[in-house]
Design a binder for this molecule. Structure first.
Ligand SMILES: Cc1cc2nc3c(=O)[nH]c(=O)nc-3n(C[C@H](O)[C@H](O)[C@H](O)COP(=O)(O)OP(=O)(O)OC[C@H]3O[C@@H](n4cnc5c(N)ncnc54)[C@H](O)[C@@H]3O)c2cc1C
Length: 418
């Protein structure tokens, strides 16, 4: 049986960065990708906006991915595409991984695992829309794949449900390719995507955004022929009498992403209900020793640059991993936060600053975020505004702090007068 120090599952930006950084540490690395080509979601992102933080340049997703693939080609990382990691078991030496390949099944042994499996899109089944299920209902990512990879138009008259970034980008893309985008309908009172995408993808193309609206019914037998939309109340329930019928041939859903963690669950890795990803420490190790997680599998990131940063760290720490008993302090946060990652601090390694990512639970104007250790402020930062779609990053030097497992490390958020 072949053995590796680090096996990275997923060849998107998180997995590419993890494999490269693990190899730099001298580890024997295997990178597994179920698709035929590396790059993950980046392969279908032909729009720009990637790499501004990491490279100081605006790259397309494909260009951003290519930089990592080129770097990977210079390493001794073993890459296995068209390979699906289907099963993981804990062994005395590490883990036994079952891989499904074109040539058949293979079992490999690995000391550590980096889960970089990305996330999947919520489908029509996860939002309640009445009516039949005719052809012409797509998730935004699938529509993007049709258009950008297969060169096929998903439809000509489109309604988009949800104002997530993928939906906004598809509104622009479909318009540029000659489709009519009749509107984006968002159940929440505020948009779910980045502000830059609202301006660049909707406003610039005069595509209407209907906030506090949803699609309640899909019409059509063989193919979508229309949808019913309605206003919703504060509890997101449709308001009777506000229904409107819209004739269209396509409904595109951009209603959220869910980290893909079936493999983690198989191993009994503890998940965080707020992120749907694994609970992890500042070294990106999950609560299961030897299993690391990064990128969108850990939590849905807004920028690929942050995904790569988490991959760099997860890969490096997986390569350096030596079994030891961790001493973990819990990271607390008040209910003004949607989530904070990492959720634990390993006190046995405070040598490097811990990088925290968080999102606010709702839109806020001028806001101060403070980090308290047993009630004493150790860091504060003021934001002119905070929006749930935009992830925030905070680096905290823990080395000099009297942090113990029983300490209360807590993030608090308070709105300031503007
Ligand atoms: C439409 C769209 C537009 C975006 N626009 C921007 C933008 O403008 N700027 C920006 O910075 N970011 C953008 N992003 C975000 C960025 O693309 C993602 O954050 C990034 O791709 C996530 O990287 P990842 O490696 O975690 O996951 P992914 O890219 O999803 O890669 C995960 C990989 O794991 C593989 N995999 C999963 N399970 C298994 C398994 N069991 N065995 C083998 N392989 C497996 C998958 O096939 C996939 O290739 C956009 C994303 C989308 C979808």
């Amino acid at each position: 049986m072949r053995t590796f120090d680090v096996t990275v599952i997923g060849g998107g930006p998180a997995g590419l960065a993890a494999a490269i950084s693990a190899e730099k540490e001298g580890a024997r690395v295997l990178l597994i990708e179920r698709e035929a080509r590396l790059g993950g979601v980046l392969k279908q992102c032909i729009h720009d906006g990637f790499g501004v933080i990491r490279f100081g340049e605006k790259l397309s997703g494909c260009e951003y991915g290519a930089r990592f693939i080129k770097e990977l080609e210079k390493t001794s990382v073993e890459v296995s595409c068209l390979t699906f990691a289907s099963k993981i078991e804990k062994t005395e030496e590490g883990f036994l991984l079952t891989l499904i390949k074109r040539s058949g099944l293979e079992e490999i042994s690995t000391k550590t695992i980096v889960l970089a499996t990305g996330c999947r899109e919520r489908t029509a089944k996860q939002v309640s829309i009445h009516g039949s299920r005719p052809a012409g209902v797509f998730t935004a990512g699938t529509a993007q794949y049709y258009l950008n990879v297969m060169g096929q138009m998903p439809g000509k008259r489109c309604v988009i449900l949800g104002s997530g970034d993928i939906g906004l980008i598809m509104a622009r893309r479909l318009t540029l390719e000659g489709a009519e985008v009749l509107g984006v309908y968002e159940a929440k009172p505020t948009p779910s995507g980045l502000m830059r995408n609202i301006y660049q993808c909707l406003n610039d193309f005069e595509i209407p955004l209907h906030l506090s609206h949803t699609v309640t019914r899909v019409h059509g037998d063989g193919r979508v022929c229309g949808v019913t939309t309605a206003k919703v109340d504060e509890k997101m329930q449709p308001i009777a009498g506000t229904e409107e019928y819209i004739e269209c041939d396509t409904l595109i859903l951009s209603v959220g992403l869910i980290p893909e963690n079936e493999l983690a669950e198989m191993l009994g890795v503890k998940l965080d209900p707020s992120t749907k990803g694994a609970l992890c420490d500042q070294l990106y190790m999950t609560m299961t020793d030897g299993v690391f997680s990064c990128g969108n599998a850990l939590h849905v990131n807004d920028l690929a640059d942050y995904v790569s940063e988490s991959g760099d760290e997860a890969g490096k720490n997986a390569a350096r991993y030596a079994a030891h008993k961790r001493e973990l302090a819990e990271v607390h946060f008040d209910r003004n936060f949607l989530y904070v990652v990492p959720q634990r601090i390993d006190l046995t390694d405070k040598s490097k600053p811990a990088v925290f990512f968080f999102r606010s639970s709702e839109e806020r104007k001028k806001t101060r975020v403070r980090l308290l250790l047993n009630g004493t402020e150790i860091l504060k930062k003021t934001y002119q505004n905070l929006r749930p779609p935009e992830m925030e990053r905070l680096s905290v030097d823990l080395s000099a702090l009297p942090l113990e497992a029983s300490s209360k490390l807590e993030f608090v958020m308070e709105e300031l007068p503007s």
